[in-house]
Ligand binder design. Structure first.
Ligand code: CTP
Length: 399
């Protein structure tokens, strides 16, 4: 049985941690809840004790004969702090040890996950940014807060992500994959672009975003700072990723290139439209026209090729690892190999489309081609598994 320490600090979102606790206990984990003193103002000790089936203490002065300030951290397989307030992040970053939770964080040698929740101003304050950066450098997984309604009427980034999302991050960290992307920034594009014809119509494609979202989730779980450029995806935001929403290929290009400047790796999982209408009608096209005008198309920039070209030219700052995706219907490997070279990427994940594979399904099968001429076959399985293979190959290419 795995031993989990659930640290809770004093934010209004504490009530959501009861649900997180249940997810842990119901999946067979032994959970020790370590609240800060003020967290108990929101949810009291009996709730934590009853739901966890374990004693609950906030101070180092209780059950001293058991040396709890050292033992709880030492024997944990995972420490997750949810919600993590600005105060607890600051104390953790500075190695303070003024309550049982911070003592536990100092003595823990297992993976540590923080799920911050606070007002947007506090989250964006340079002090908090610096503390988060410090914690990530040390290998902790700091989940990006969700964006939405905060305590009052205000909205912005700072919400505690959905307990199920936090649970999923913890589950994957516990699966032993935590940490090898710690301190890295990765950019993932996902979904399918839409090219407007008029204010109500567009040219689009069938990409669901599932593979890109799986890449983002797994990268978060492995400790990366993740920017997810999401084109028209109807999936919940993966906990911990910074999500930038775009519609068209032009917008996707801008968002990816901006994020790529500070990235170690870029993974282009999005299905980008190769063409867009030359002209967009500013008003809805009416069917009353006797004959519809033909829609003339023009080429979109190839973002993947542009990333490869910038790197080849040695101009600007560019990511160390560039990964492309390709959907092919025939001559899969030969077409894939040619595409990898044409686009100048390091890895190309080639999907065979058809037979219910790739679009909109939770499973995927693929071959990953490498710039050195190797190929890695990934049998049909969950998109998360494919994502993990991609990150394994990316990690090997990072210094
Ligand atoms: N891609 C891109 N910008 C585009 C089109 C595609 O960055 N304008 C990226 C996709 O995100 C994906 C890869 O390139 O990673 C897929 O390329 P694909 O569209 O299959 O290649 P094409 O060059 O369009 O080749 P073809 O149409 O001949 O298959």
């Amino acid at each position: 049985m795995t031993s989990i320490v659930l640290g809770v600090s004093a934010g209004i979102a504490v009530y959501k941690s009861c649900e997180l606790l249940r997810l842990f206990t119901e999946s067979g984990h032994d959970v020790r809840v370590v609240p800060t003193r003020d967290a108990l103002r929101f949810v009291g000790e009996p709730t934590w004790a009853a739901l966890s089936g374990n004693p609950v203490t906030t101070e180092v002065w209780e059950s001293v004969h058991e040396v709890p300030h050292v033992r709880i951290g030492q024997s944990a397989d995972l420490v997750v702090v949810a919600p993590a307030t600005a105060d607890v992040l600051a104390r953790a970053a500075h190695g303070m040890a003024n309550d049982l939770l911070t003592n536990t964080l100092l003595t823990a040698r297992c993976p540590v996950v923080f799920a911050p929740a606070m007002h947007t101003e506090m989250w964006e304050h340079p002090a908090t940014r610096a503390n988060v950066a410090t914690l990530r450098e040390r290998g902790a997984v700091v989940i990006e807060p969700a964006t939405g309604r905060l305590t009052g009427a205000d909205t912005g980034p700072g919400r505690l992500p959905d307990p199920a999302e936090i649970f999923e991050v913890c589950r994957r960290v516990l699966a032993g994959r935590g940490g090898d992307l710690a301190g890295r920034h990765v950019v993932v594009s996902a979904g399918g672009t839409r090219e407007a014809i008029d204010p109500v119509r567009f040219i689009g494609n069938r990409s669901s975003g599932l593979q890109g979202y799986a890449l983002a989730r797994t990268a978060v779980a492995r400790g990366a700072e993740v920017t997810l450029v999401s084109a028209n995806v109807a999936l919940p935001d993966p906990a911990g990723a910074k999500v930038v929403r775009v519609e068209s290929a032009t917008q996707l290009r801008e968002a990816v290139l901006a994020a790529a400047e500070h990235a170690d790796a870029v993974v282009m999982a999005a299905a980008v439209a190769d063409f867009r209408p030359v002209r967009q009608s500013g008003t809805k096209i009416k069917k009353s026209a006797a004959e519809p005008d033909p829609i003339h198309l023009t080429k979109n920039p190839d973002i993947l090729a542009e990333l490869g070209e910038t790197r080849r030219a040695g101009s600007g700052t560019h990511p160390r690892v560039i990964v492309g995706f390709a959907a092919e219907t025939d001559d899969v490997l030969a077409n894939g190999r040619a595409k990898l070279e044409r686009k100048g990427c390091d890895l190309l994940v080639v999907n065979q489309v058809g037979e219910n594979l790739a679009f909109g399904t939770p499973d995927n099968a693929a071959v990953v081609l490498t710039a050195e001429g190797d190929s890695v076959e990934i049998p049909r399985g969950p998109k998360e598994d494919l994502a993990d293979v991609v990150w394994n190959l990316v990690v090997r290419r990072l210094p």
